[in-house]
Design a protein. Structure first.
Length: 287
């Protein structure tokens, strides 16, 4: 069995990706209440919103940045100067700010959503990360739809953004397409084929469209992922995201197997779950 030698970072995106679920929009005061509880829970990074998307998201990111002092606070941004500027402006009062840039790397997304070639996506990713680093020392880059991307091209993008200053690189199963063995192999392939991968934290972000978000996340941890992105109660668009509480308890219960340390205070999980359900007017599903 593996030894406990690695720290697993938890990025909670309840306030950004989670809010995209139907009927899950939150007021600013509610987001602040959840952010404070996530800090009490001990998450490493709070993704507070997508600052460029709306005035409300900008205000939420700014308010959380001023309130939370123990966690990294992140704002999502597309690979565009305006988005990156908005993220930085909203994050400027954070104790530990992070600009989180996302850009699609799969053939279907590049062709039909971005309408860009591989060369154009590679250049756009590198340019965005280099610019963000002039504003903020902590820049995360996410390969959207990475699970359906060409592996060779994916590695080229990862290597380029690391060279441009990314400190975290995230591999996203954006549409919940992959399976645990496939995702394990993908993370292992990246670890073995990106020459500068040792310079960054390798993260994963899994959706639950086929009911395997948590399983895929845990497989990625076994393959070498050092950060996982998740939401309280697994809320999120479509079928939801990987559930924070399930990942945390799997890692804690089977430390002998996963070989990871967590900073999560497990005694706060129930309080956090109930708070999110209460704010959203939801109850746990009973089967």
């Amino acid at each position: 069995m593996p030894k406990i030698i690695r720290k697993l970072r938890i990025l909670d995106t309840t306030l950004r990706d989670g809010e995209q679920a139907p009927h899950c929009s939150m007021q600013l005061t509610e987001k602040l209440e959840i952010a404070r509880q996530l800090e009490n829970l001990g998450v490493d990074i709070i993704e507070a919103g997508f600052a460029a998307s709306s005035k409300g998201d900008f205000e939420a990111v700014a308010a959380i940045s001023k309130t939370v002092k123990k966690c990294v606070v992140a704002s999502l941004a597309r690979a565009a100067t305006g988005d990156i500027d908005a993220a930085y402006e909203a994050l400027k009062d954070a104790a530990f700010p992070r600009i989180h840039i996302v850009l699609a790397t799969s053939p279907i997304h590049m062709a039909y959503k971005l309408k860009l070639t591989e060369a154009e996506v590679l250049a756009k990713a590198a340019k965005a990360v280099a610019y963000a680093r002039t504003l903020c020392p902590d820049v995360q880059f996410s390969c959207e739809d990475a699970a359906r991307s060409d592996r060779k091209f994916l590695c080229e993008v990862i290597e380029a953004v690391i060279d441009c200053g990314a400190s975290t690189v995230n591999i996203a199963d954006t549409v919940g397409y992959t399976s645990p063995s496939e995702f394990y192999d993908l993370i292992k392939y990246i670890r073995e084929n990106v020459k500068n991968i040792y310079k960054v934290v390798l993260a994963v972000h899994c959706h639950n469209d086929l009911g395997m978000a948590v399983a895929n996340t845990l497989s990625a941890v076994l393959a070498g992922a050092e950060q996982v992105e998740c939401t309280v109660n697994g809320i999120g668009e479509r079928a939801g995201n990987a559930a924070l509480e399930e990942i945390v308890m799997a890692i804690n219960t089977r430390r002998d197997f996963y070989g990871m340390n967590l900073g999560i205070i497990t005694g706060e999980i129930s309080r956090t779950s109930k708070l999110v359900y209460s704010i959203l007017g939801q109850k746990p599903s009973l089967i």
